[in-house]
Write a protein that binds this ligand. Sequence first.
Ligand code: PLP
Length: 408
Amino acid sequence: MPAKLPKHSSCLDRRDFTAYLGSSLRRAPAADGAGVWSSHLPERALIPTPTGRHALYYFLENAPLAPGDEVLVAAYNFYIVVRILVQKGLVPVFVDVEPDTLCLDPEDLRRKIGARSRMVLVTHMFGNPANLEAIAAICREHGLLLFEDCAHAVGTRHRGKQVGQAGDGALFSFGVQKLVNSFGGGLLCLEPGLRTGFRQPPHRVSRWHSFSDTLGRFCVSLMMTPSLYGATLHPLERLVARLVDRSSRLRQLIDPARNDGAYRFRRDERAPFKPFMLATHEHQLARLEENVARRRRWAALLKRELAGVEEIGFLDEDRHGRSNFSYFGVVVDDPHRTSRVLAENGIGSSPQEYFDCAALDQFADYAADCPHARQVAAHVLRLPSYPTLEPADARRVARVLRAAVGHS
Ligand SMILES: *Cc1c(COP(=O)(O)O)cnc(C)c1O
């Protein structure tokens, strides 16, 4: 039986785990600053946050926004980001995406701007850079705030520069599903002028809750290590798949990309940013370029293996810069069926990484017709793309995929 391939791994090494274990034995002071990040984001004021969604929430708390103001946001999106906008009394206006980058389409953005538009939230989806140049120009022209969701985009470049520095703010996330993983944590990047007067809302969490929150994510990350995955998380995932309606907490930890209309952001629900996180970031950022290069090589190899298979379409990840390939998506007719065949062959994938939020029941008040978002939500299949995948894995995935889509 060949090895089980998870759909994602941050490929942590021993030092990332020991930095946490060492620190959890000490009572550490609160983190201040975000030293290792300043060389990657030199133009920004950096504020560590408990998660990526906290960074967005804190930005919205401080931004000159009033209830009823409109925020233009890509329809193909992580629903939690949209829920936070709604929770803050803002009105999401869904903009279609470019089908080949999965990112906000500047042309549709122009059409959707109205008298109450105040902000644009752009996501570098799957780690593919959005057309920041065009989007930033539109924001300047109309006096709109610009916020970048860089949860997938550490190492993603636009015009040679790390994304997250084009507008007024940006979020990064260091959760277990992300490219840089410190078992939680996030980062708010602010245009330096906005740093003065910035107020960080209070964050209260009990020591026990903080400890167990980080420990839970540590354990999941350990089980996502490719060499341990087959014996640990893989059987657990199959079990969870069966219990999924009963254990929303476990589901949220292992596979948070879904559609939960009852979700409410709670500031005090997650552990704070802890000092050991910066130590793990330092290790992981030292490997960043090498790991991005490996992901890119692997994806290129898989594309070559699949060339000429007309049942499988590709994205244009580098259209607006350099993608980090933190997620690797292909376009197929029936991603759910294809994903089941991959799973039967021990290959992890995700047939529904994100939804067309403009068509979700939970956002019915803001419904819009976004044909490209609808199409990519229905047809994009996320495949494994982590740095330790080998050429032999690409041949194996390609072979199973060809058979799964009925290519002869
Ligand atoms: C993970 C993620 C976030 C939020 O990050 P958390 O740290 O989980 O709060 C935001 N946007 C996208 C697209 C994400 O994938």
